[in-house]
Design a protein around this ligand. Sequence first.
Ligand code: GDP
Ligand code: MG
Length: 142
Amino acid sequence: MRTDLTFTIIKPSAIRKNFTGPIIEMFNRNGFKIVAMKMVHLSPDKARILYEVHKERPFFNDLLAYMTEDRIIVAALQKENAVADFRELIGKTDPNEAAFGTIRKMFAESHKINAVHGSDSNENAEREIGLFFSEDEIFLKN
Ligand code: GDP
Ligand code: MG
């Protein structure tokens, strides 16, 4: 299992507010290389697969509605220790609890509308990247 890849989504609200550029700059400034990226509209079926771990949670339908309401940007990012370092860079789920200098502190609106997604394990990073990118769309270094 690779430990140098993670998967991110720039969520609909952040794109509408023109935060895409500043968020990508944060990725790069913190040592993450973009090895795959595209703008897509997430279908309800794919959203259900992406978030299937949350299917019993009370906010599941709300989350699906939010993530499918408008376009998203999906990307694979490469860096040593990518998953943990990226979770640190984005900060806690709720921007009120996120540390200063984190992406969610700077760009999120609320616990739900929180600007970006970041994988929570190497297994999920691989699974999530595989949902959106074929091998020939990923430009790994080494
Ligand atoms: P993450 O890993 O930090 O993104 O957080 P989770 O895996 O716990 O939740 C997935 C996503 O569901 C979050 O990023 C939010 O967009 C959304 N979410 C989490 N908790 C809530 C909640 O209590 N209410 C609503 N409406 N959305 C939530
Ligand atoms: Mg999560």
